[in-house]
Design a protein around this ligand. Structure first.
Ligand code: ASP
Length: 318
């Protein structure tokens, strides 16, 4: 088989439950080396693809994820972009939706798949969901039609479903089906065949070349509104030194379903008048990372507001 007959995939291992092992003494889970994960999945050879891997050192529990690691991920993809047809990122489930959202803004003119996956049970456990997740994520990352990637987006693949990454939220820490996308349909379902919903997938409209934008400003916080929220705390947060952006989880945006309709109720009209921008149907993960990304660019505050209202990479409805 010549090189052009064989898709090449880069697996980037950041850590997460998928690659964890139980310490016999403390009974706690911590990440192990990628080679040990590979030993658990001999099926990878049957795929017939050229598969390489890089391991982020040290592999982490994604509870310890940072914007610096998002930047390293973007740089790794950029460095290896021409060599591979697709990328699979192995990642813990806790913050997978944040990383997927951040990458969706940082990877510009993407025309290859970047598929994040992980698992609820470690790969070495008999009933692990990790094998199916990795194998299918690789198949999706390698899938092409007429020589072009079928899913040239940053996605999360988990438990038979392919979601747009910046529409995804972790919803369940017990069931194998850990993720949901409340405001955008699944991009593919893996049953006996992998069924792609082509009309829902974003295909690059510009002919621009792939590049990364790694400017991030993390001076943002999320404030959840609740009855009895003491005004003095609220005001002191607003005046924290260095704070550049605040995401308000108001009552409508605390519901997983539906969207924010600013100004619909009298109470929200005051927020609108104070200059609060509606998040529309955005997830909290996509909102936090979008704000960090926009504040990292050299934009005026009016421009930040303008871009917040715009759909940058499929994170909100048009
Ligand atoms: N704490 C783990 C992590 O996010 C959970 C998981 O991978 O499912 O790294």
């Amino acid at each position: 088989m010549t090189k052009s007959d064989t898709q090449s995939i880069l697996i980037i291992y950041t850590g997460g439950t998928i690659g964890m092992r139980e310490d016999p003494m403390t009974k706690t889970l911590s990440p192990m080396r990628f080679e040990l994960i590979q030993d658990e999945i001999p099926e990878l050879h049957k795929l017939g693809f050229k598969i390489d891997s890089v391991t982020f050192s040290p592999p982490i529990d994604s509870a310890n994820m940072t914007p610096e690691i998002w930047i390293d991920l973007a740089k790794t993809i950029k460095e290896c972009y021409s060599k591979y047809d697709g990328f699979v990122i192995l990642h813990g489930t806790d913050t997978m939706a944040y990383t997927a959202s951040a990458l969706s803004y940082m990877l510009e003119n993407l025309d290859k798949p970047v598929i994040l996956t992980g698992s609820q049970l470690p790969i070495g456990v008999l009933r692990t969901d990790g094998k199916e997740n990795i194998i299918t994520a690789i198949q999706i990352a390698a899938a092409q039609r007429k020589g072009k990637a079928i899913v040239p987006e940053v996605c999360v693949y988990f438990s038979s479903f392919l979601f747009r990454g910046n529409r995804t939220t972790k919803e369940d820490s017990q069931q194998f089906s850990a993720f949901a996308s409340h405001h955008y349909p699944k991009l593919a379902i893996a049953g006996i065949d992998i069924e792609y919903y082509y009309g829902l997938i974003n295909y690059p409209s510009s002919k621009g070349t792939f590049k990364i934008n790694t400017s991030i400003n993390d001076n943002v916080i999320v404030l959840k509104i609740f009855p009895g929220l003491n005004r003095k705390y609220f005001e002191s947060i607003l005046s924290l030194p260095g704070i550049k952006g605040i995401i308000l989880e108001s009552y409508v945006s605390q519901c997983p379903g539906g969207r924010v309709k600013m100004g619909y109720y009298e109470t929200s009209r005051e927020l609108q008048e104070a200059g609060v921008v509606s998040g529309k149907d955005i997830t909290i993960e996509a909102a936090v990372t979008k704000l960090m990304f926009l504040l990292g660019q050299k934009l005026s505050s009016d421009e930040v507001v303008e871009y917040l209202n715009q759909n940058l990479s499929g994170e909100i409805e048009n």
